[in-house]
Design a protein around this ligand. Structure first.
Ligand code: AMP
Length: 445
């Protein structure tokens, strides 16, 4: 997962890109970068850290120009290292070209090997660099022709922003796994991973970039072209389950309202359960629990104090750090918990680290009964399209059945939502297709 944001034709481009990236910070916390275009040359600045740490006033000053593309990284392919921070900039026979990528290219290794055999020298270990080397080798008349010729060689998921002097190009893979939306702010165009970044920057969303579509923004105009026929749309359902910000609009409705409905559907599936209170694992579990509470008539209580300064525990790159951050992050409000039977809702259970820590702390606060209710199905299969679950063995539902998982996390009961209910709420009744391979083990080609 990563977040991307680009803006054209604006005297405050770097400042607005800062706002956009800051709004997308939940999509990645390892590194941040921007490339600016002053019409003749690109300048760039990447560093490890959060947006507000990386971009000081002085750094923003240096990013001169009326166009900027930016990126925040959450490493999936390639290690957590500054040389993999994006945007990447390459000086080649194409001139200066920058790329910011959200997604995961499943044939990157093969392509890279064959490019290296023909002399390409890679600067990073990230999969995203492949497209620039392909582009440098198989050129068309313009950058957009070059990309249109080379993007179909990529497999996997991608939403890309490219920049060359005088031009910003956005492209989305033919399945539309990862999001990319287009917006407008006065005469400026904005491309972003989520609509909320356009909103906070003060713009208006126009529409999603379609699967297999490219938008070329140059000379104040946006032109659209297809570089591949759209395959069946299979947007990643995990965007709604966990990743996207609640105020982002995905598939025609805000993520918040989809999550509320998912919570209600979960309550409907678990209507036999009685409890004193329902609560959510903050922050992402909270809205599901509110939906659950309304549907079940079980009162909602906020039983955890969330420390907001720890960041997202899952995004920490190793297990020890993850456990410690989960513990630091959530503290129980003891007198609301003591002697109570509790339905605790979380969006997903991946390795079981969070649930186990939380159940432990509820027990030590004196909970009488703990029913863990997960607002998505068991994750049985790794994601090859950009969500950070690359190792099958790490997925607890791949190794253990529901009862053994329940024992592992220490809850009295454990329930998951059906895929049918999840799809129903995320599609808001429309004919939306999703990639749910993490829940089904079935992958699109
Ligand atoms: P785990 O602790 O490994 O079971 O992971 C589940 C918790 O991490 C839940 O509280 C989710 O909110 C969150 N989560 C689930 N999937 C992801 C992901 N791919 N990246 C970051 N956080 C996640």
């Amino acid at each position: 997962m990563c977040g991307i944001f680009g803006i054209t034709d604006n005297k405050d481009a770097a400042r607005l890109a800062y706002i956009g990236l800051f709004t997308l910070q939940h999509r990645g916390q390892e590194s941040a970068g921007m490339v600016s275009d002053d019409g003749t040359a690109l300048r760039h600045y990447n560093a490890m850290g959060l947006v507000n740490e990386v971009f000081t006033g002085e750094v923003l000053e240096g990013l001169k120009g009326r166009g900027v593309i930016g990126h925040i990284r959450y490493s999936t392919t390639g290690s957590s290292h500054i040389k993999n921070a994006q945007p990447l900039v390459l000086d080649s026979c194409l001139g200066q070209v920058a790329v910011a990528h959200n997604g995961n290219l499943t044939n990157a290794d093969r392509l890279k090997e064959s490019l290296q055999k023909r002399g390409a020298i890679f600067q990073s270990t990230s999969d995203s660099e492949v497209i620039l080397h392909l582009a440098a080798r198989y050129r068309g008349r313009t950058l957009e022709d070059t990309l249109a010729r080379n993007l179909p060689k990529l497999a996997g998921s991608y939403s890309f922003l490219f920049m060359a002097p005088g031009k910003v190009i956005g492209a989305r893979d033919p399945h539309g796994y990862r999001p990319l939306v287009l917006g407008k702010l006065g005469k400026s165009y904005i491309l972003a991973s989520e609509t909320c970044a356009i909103d906070v920057a003060g713009g208006k969303t126009i529409r999603e970039i379609e699967p297999g579509e490219m938008v070329v923004i140059s000379g104040g105009k946006a032109t659209f072209r297809r570089f591949a026929p759209a395959k069946r749309l299979t947007r990643c359902i995990f965007e709604q389950v966990y990743f996207a910000r609640p105020d982002a609009v995905v598939a025609g409705r805000t993520v918040q309202s989809a999550r509320y409905e998912i919570g209600a559907l979960l309550a409907r599936e678990l209507k036999h359960i009685k409890a004193d209170l329902v609560s959510g694992v903050p922050d992402s579990g909270t809205v599901y629990a509110l939906g659950y509470s309304e549907e079940s008539w079980i009162p909602y209580q906020s039983i955890f104090m969330r420390n907001h300064y720890t960041g997202r525990s899952f995004i920490q790159p190793d297990q020890q750090l993850r456990e410690f951050t989960a513990h630091l992050k959530l503290a129980p409000v003891k007198d609301l918990i003591k002697g109570k039977s509790i339905v605790l809702v979380d969006d997903s259970l991946v390795r079981g680290t969070t649930s186990r820590e939380i159940v432990k702390s509820l027990r030590s606060a004196g909970a009488r009964k703990i029913v863990m209710a997960i607002a998505s199905p068991p994750i049985i299969s790794p994601c090859y399209f950009g969500i950070d679950t690359p190792n099958r063995e790490e997925l607890i539902a791949n190794r253990l059945g529901v009862d053994k998982i329940r024992k592992f996390i220490g809850a009295d009961e454990l329930h998951y939502l059906s895929l049918e209910s999840l799809v129903k709420a995320c599609g808001s009744g429309r004919d939306e297709n999703f990639c749910a391979s993490c829940f089904t083990g079935r992958y699109n080609r």
